[in-house]
Design a protein around this ligand. Structure first.
Ligand SMILES: CC/C=C\CC/C=C/CC(=O)SCCNC(=O)CCNC(=O)[C@H](O)C(C)(C)COP(=O)(O)OP(=O)(O)OC[C@H]1O[C@@H](n2cnc3c(N)ncnc32)[C@H](O)[C@@H]1OP(=O)(O)O
Length: 241
């Protein structure tokens, strides 16, 4: 991913990601992809806050549809998808990595990962929650979501948000090694098993997609939510001094 400075998932970047995924899926010589970041120290800062602030309801609806599409397409991809997480990964960045089949995280205490939405005064939608529950179990997910926990590497591994923590210079090589193991499995059997495991979760969003968009638009248009997102963005900007 190369969308400096922080790989935020803007509408344009999400569209590019989806086009890239589609191209790779349509090229039958590809069987797996590794998602990693070209922005030093940052895997992805998550959803682009500027897409959710000070825009009109039509824009929010278009943006949310693209976020849903990203989740659906990556979560259900027939390819083996591995996240080589080489930086901090809050909220939407964590969600993207949770859609993958396996997560390798660099062992750097700055590289926290988690669904921290509550810290911004917003609520992770049910499909974010379901993805986390499927990964780490109900109790851990409930605690992580309510507290908006961002896990440093050792904690992320203990709770199961990531599958492996390795020295920073070994993230890519480990991801390639893991990919080789996954590609050794007969593809059709692996793909059908992935679908079996994930389809019920995806189906819930597919049947409630429009309602979920409307719910997001209603929520994000609230004055109180706009105020807290603006304040959060300002805080990020002022951090620099
Ligand atoms: C019903 C459902 C309703 C709602 C659900 C909505 C779900 C939302 C999920 C999300 O993903 S919300 C986004 C959550 N993301 C975050 O909380 C991360 C915020 N960013 C950071 O903590 C830090 O930027 C960083 C740790 C990722 C990187 O730190 P650093 O290297 O020090 O960079 P800066 O903080 O100086 O940031 C540089 C630049 O980038 C802007 N920026 C950062 N994050 C975002 C973002 N998510 N969206 C848009 N822009 C972002 C930041 O403001 C700086 O901008 P400048 O103009 O000052 O350069």
């Amino acid at each position: 991913m190369r969308n400096p400075p922080v790989n935020s998932l803007s509408l344009e970047f999400l569209t590019e990601l989806l086009i890239s995924l589609e191209k790779l899926e349509n090229d039958k010589t590809f069987h797996g992809i590794i998602i990693t970041s070209d922005c030093p120290g940052i895997f992805s800062a998550g959803l682009d806050l500027t897409e959710m602030c000070g825009r009109d309801p039509e824009h929010y609806a278009e943006y949310w549809k693209a976020v849903q599409e990203m989740w659906l397409r990556f979560y259900l991809s027939n390819l083996v998808v591995i996240a080589a997480i080489n930086g901090v990964s809050p909220a939407g960045g964590c969600l993207l990595s949770l859609t993958c089949d396996y997560r390798v995280l660099a062992n750097n205490p700055k590289y926290a990962i988690g669904l921290n939405e509550t810290l911004l005064g917003i609520v992770a939608p049910f499909w974010f929650k379901d993805t986390l529950v499927n990964t780490i179990g109900h109790r851990s997910a409930e605690r992580a979501l309510q507290l908006g926990l961002l896990f440093p590497p050792a904690e992320a591994l203990r709770v199961g948000v990531v599958d492996q923590v390795v020295p920073e210079d070994q993230v890519q090589s480990t991801a390639r090694l893991v990919m080789a193991q996954w590609l050794d499995i007969p593809d059709h059997a692996r793909q059908l098993t992935k679908t079996l495991m994930r389809k019920p979760t995806a189906d819930r969003l597919l049947t409630e997609r429009d309602a979920d968009i409307q719910n997001f638009v209603r929520f994000i248009c609230k004055d109180s939510i706009q105020k807290s997102l603006h304040a959060y963005l300002e805080k990020l900007k002022q951090k620099k001094g």
